[in-house]
Design a binder for this molecule. Structure first.
Ligand code: SME
Length: 174
């Protein structure tokens, strides 16, 4: 499939997302593998917008609790976010529940927009160049199964337009 490249156009952010959304739907609708779909979604967003880091963390059993029988519907200390498909520089591999921007979005079950990461208590700095960030939960039913995390090298990159479209894109993965 040929994806239309939208970087360096005069399109507004909304127009870029409107153009991308059907492409994302087409990419994931016939593929049932979550990780494969996350990989392509990360690539599409990263290429289109030129973000600094674009990727997913998946809710998984923590390493030291792998043999426990747990209820994934009640995230506890036995679960963590574990690095999934991404584009950009290397990143931290595990994030506890409620920690950093990612763990906070998981805990709240809602999108978190951070205009200046240096002002966010507990922000986990995977890259010192990251200045602003948005984290969007990926739901399966009522359960958060992953988060989509995007970092920018500029302050205040993300707003309600990003929230609106990235939540739609995250919903394509459910
Ligand atoms: N900054 C994130 C950690 C992940 S990296 O940005 C890729 C956080 O505070 O949760």
């Amino acid at each position: 499939m040929l994806l239309r490249r939208t970087t360096k156009t005069n399109m507004s952010k909304q127009e870029q997302y409107e153009s991308l959304l059907p492409q994302v739907v087409a990419l994931v609708q016939d593929e049932g593998d979550l990780v494969a779909n996350m990989a392509n979604v990360a690539a599409v967003l990263h290429e289109a917008f030129g973000f600094w880091w674009t990727g997913f963390y998946l809710v998984k059993l923590a390493q030291s609790h792998q043999h426990e029988v747990t209820n994934t519907k009640s995230p506890t200390r036995s679960h963590q976010l574990v690095l999934g498909p991404f584009q950009g520089p290397i990143a931290c591999t595990r994030i506890p529940y409620g920690k950093g921007v990612c763990g906070t979005a998981w805990q709240r079950g809602e999108t978190v927009i951070v205009p200046d990461v240096h002002q966010f208590p507990g922000h986990i700095a995977c890259s010192s160049l990251s200045q602003s960030e948005i984290v969007v939960p990926v739901f399966r039913g009522n359960e958060v199964i992953a988060v989509l995390d995007i970092d920018s090298k500029e302050l205040a990159t993300f707003d309600e337009t990003d929230r609106y479209y990235l939540e739609k894109i995250a919903a394509c993965l459910a």
